[in-house]
Structure formats: structure tokens, C-alpha cells
Design a protein around this ligand. Structure first.
Ligand code: IYR
Length: 217
């Protein structure tokens, strides 16, 4: 079944304003590792997740599940398990080039943001569908869930909140702690909240348009 697509055209002038506004707004987004404990209402997180789930997906299978954790005991459990993996990573599992590349970000095995940030959103990808013990195919799962995460980060930023795309590795402990079904694999762990008042971020440069794009006219 098809329904009429209704997107009203806008003037070129308004279009120019909008693309510039959107770029400047998005260019202010930064990954944050120092959070304030200030709570964020559940209703805000719900709307952010709904925005993420507007993402396109292979055959519209919507192969994602979002776990939003504000429970202090669960956050502590997740932090303990993540730090246990990161101790291994920083002491042998990551090679010298990797450790060198991370120096600019000041990361280490300590992940206080996992208990300080008011919410942890754990994004799961569903490698296949599973309903009433019935398996079904999912398509382009990484692409679909990756796009949803991009929209999630944009929605978080649009809400005046900060996030970190955190990938403790391996991440299987998240599926265990959150008791997820066999078809779901952790994809990203995203602490969400307000940045700490003294929050610092690395002085990064983004690639210029010429460095990142080639036009064939
Ligand atoms: N997962 C580790 C290491 C790490 C890896 C990359 I690539 C980063 O951009 C940042 C960190 C950690 O979370 O510390």
C-alpha cells in the first residue's frame, strides 16, 4: 500500500539559510567524556530514541533496540564490566599505534562517565528477527543501525545534551547485563547528559570540503 508523500517545497533562499544553520549547529557537536549528574527526564530520552528510529533500514525491518538505563545499580554494573575489559585493552590488547592515536583524547581504562551521566543508551543491532521463536531475515543491519545512531546523536545535540559514542570492547557483557535476546548484539554504548561545567574537549579540526568530497559535475 502506498500513500501520498507530502513534502512542501521551500524557496532557495530558505534552503540556503537552513543548510547553513544546520551545519553550524551540527559543527558544535562534540564527544564529551565529562558529564554533570543533573538528571534528564525520561520523556526527553524517549523523544530522542523516537527520532533515531526514523532512520531508514533495510526492507524497513528496523533492526534496532534501544536500552535506556538510568538505574544507578545497573550503571555501576555496566561500568565495572566495561572497565574490566578496558584494563585488558590498555594493557596489551591495543597495539602501540592505537595507544599513540588515543593520546590526544586523554582516554584510559577509567570510565567514570558510565556512572555519572544520568542516562546510558545502549543500542543493540538485531542480526535477525525473532518473534515467538520465529526467525526472520534482516538486511543491511550495520548500515541501518549506524544511520539510526547518527540520528540519535543529532537528536541528543539538538536537545542541548551531550553524548559519547563509547565502544567498550568486547561488548557482549551488555547483552548479558541487560538480558537481551539471542538475536541482539551490542552496537554502541552512548552516555547522555549535560556536560560538566568544567568539561574540556580536544582541539580537533574537521576535514575541509576539498579534503573529504569530490564533485563530478
Ligand atoms: N574502547 C577504548 C579505547 C578507545 C578506542 C577508540 I578508536 C577511541 O576513539 C576512544 C577510545 C576506550 O573507550 O577507552
Amino acid at each position: 500500500m502506498f500513500i501520498k508523500h507530502t513534502l512542501l517545497p521551500i524557496t532557495e533562499q530558505l534552503q540556503r539559510e537552513r543548510v547553513a544553520d544546520f551545519y553550524h549547529h551540527m559543527n558544535e557537536r562534540r564527544s564529551v567524556r565529562q558529564f554533570d549528574a543533573r538528571p534528564v527526564p525520561k520523556s526527553i530520552i524517549e523523544m530522542i530514541i523516537k527520532s533515531a528510529a526514523t532512520a531508514p533500514s533495510g526492507a524497513h525491518k528496523q533492526p534496532w533496540h534501544f536500552c535506556a538505563v538510568s538505574n544507578a545499580a545497573l550503571k555501576a554494573k555496566i561500568r565495572m564490566a566495561a572497565e574490566a575489559e578496558e584494563i585488558e585493552n590498555y594493557n596489551g590488547r591495543m597495539n602501540d599505534e592505537w595507544l599513540q592515536d588515543l593520546k590526544a583524547f586523554g582516554t584510559d581504562e577509567n570510565k567514570p562517565f558510565l556512572t555519572i551521566a544520568p542516562w546510558l543508551i545502549i543500542v543493540f543491532k538485531q542480526t535477525y528477527g525473532l518473534e515467538n521463536d520465529q526467525r526472520s531475515q534482516h538486511y543491511y543491519v550495520n548500515e541501518s543501525v549506524g544511520i539510526a545512531c547518527g540520528l540519535l546523536l543529532a537528536a541528543i545535540h539538538h536537545a542541548g545534551l551531550a553524548a559519547l559514542t563509547h565502544t567498550p570492547s568486547p561488548m557482549n557483557f551488555l547483552a548479558q547485563i541487560l538480558n537481551r535476546p539471542a538475536n541482539e548484539k551490542p552496537f554502541l554504548l552512548i552516555p547522555v547528559g549535560y556536560p560538566a561545567s568544567n568539561c574540556m574537549v580536544p582541539d580537533l579540526q574537521r576535514k575541509s570540503i576539498d579534503q573529504m568530497a569530490t564533485f563530478f559535475e
